[in-house]
Design a protein around this ligand. Structure first.
Ligand SMILES: [Zn+2]
Length: 265
């Protein structure tokens, strides 16, 4: 397709553009994992950031003003998910809305078979398959960028949802190339999700955030956070889950993670 050809050419040119020194300084100052990446990954990442920033729109909400620091800090973390893969740069996503801290939403949640609870809840981020947008709290984004190994990262979480949507369904399964990969993925994820649910019900401490027990979609997003932020622990305690994520992302975060590990592990 002509359109596809032009899009690829435009992106190739964007990736090859010299990266702005001011942007690089912002990344070096605010995004801790960047320093740990091998040099060739850093170069690839900067290319993806150029495409991302050229294609996605940012909007400040609740009086928040979008600056280069905001754009670059979000783009750097989101583009970590794109390294080493031939991707379409989160195709369903057009706009990133940023609030200063947490933001409040009206939510109706089912607490029993016929019982619904309504109320205002605070959120750090959200996105949806048909939203075309992704919402983030700048406070949470900054915290995620400054601490790359606490297992929590709102940008990785929300953009993982965007990857989940790429195969047209919000089901915890990203676009996988072959039927074999889909089968292997589904086998591992089903059993890992069931154990997280069981642990959540019995109150056993877990490496994965028990928010992942909500449904397979959240399970995927929470696993992605752990994969990039606690890779040593995830590989040790959930080797099959780690292997599936490693094969999908074509990355081994153990190699560059800032995660503190004991001398014996
Ligand atoms: Zn989520």
């Amino acid at each position: 397709m002509v359109f596809e050809f032009l899009k690829r050419r435009r992106r190739r040119r964007l990736r090859a553009r010299p990266f702005l020194k001011e942007w690089l300084k912002l990344i070096q100052r605010h995004v801790v994992f960047f320093h740990k990446l091998p040099a060739f990954d850093r170069a690839e990442l900067l290319g993806h950031i150029q495409v991302f920033l050229a294609e996605k729109r940012f909007e400040g909400c609740g009086g928040f003003v979008i600056t280069d620091e905001v754009r670059v800090t979000i783009a750097t973390q989101a583009c970590l998910l794109l390294l080493h893969r031939d991707t379409d740069y989160f195709p369903g996503l057009l706009t990133i809305l940023v609030y200063p801290l947490t933001y409040m939403v009206e939510e109706k949640r089912q607490v029993g078979e016929h019982v619904w609870q309504e109320g205002t809840v605070s959120r750090l981020g959200e996105t949806g398959r048909r939203m075309g947008s992704l919402v983030l709290s700048w406070g949470a984004v900054k915290h995620g960028a400054a601490d790359p190994s606490d297992g929590k990262n709102v940008v990785l979480h929300e953009f993982a949802h965007q990857l989940d949507f790429e195969n047209q369904a919000a089901d915890g399964v990203p676009a996988l190339a072959t039927r074999e990969q889909q089968l292997a993925w589904s086998k591992v994820m089903t059993s890992e999700f069931a154990s997280l649910r069981a642990a959540d019900e019995t109150g056993i401490p877990t490496l994965l955030d028990t928010y992942g027990a909500t449904d397979p979609t959240e399970f995927f997003a929470v696993s992605v956070e752990a994969f990039f932020e606690r890779p040593h622990a995830l590989r040790a305690y959930h080797p099959k889950l780690y292997a599936e994520l490693q094969s999908y992302f074509q990355q081994d975060p153990v190699e560059y993670s800032a995660e503190q590990t004991s001398a014996t592990s």
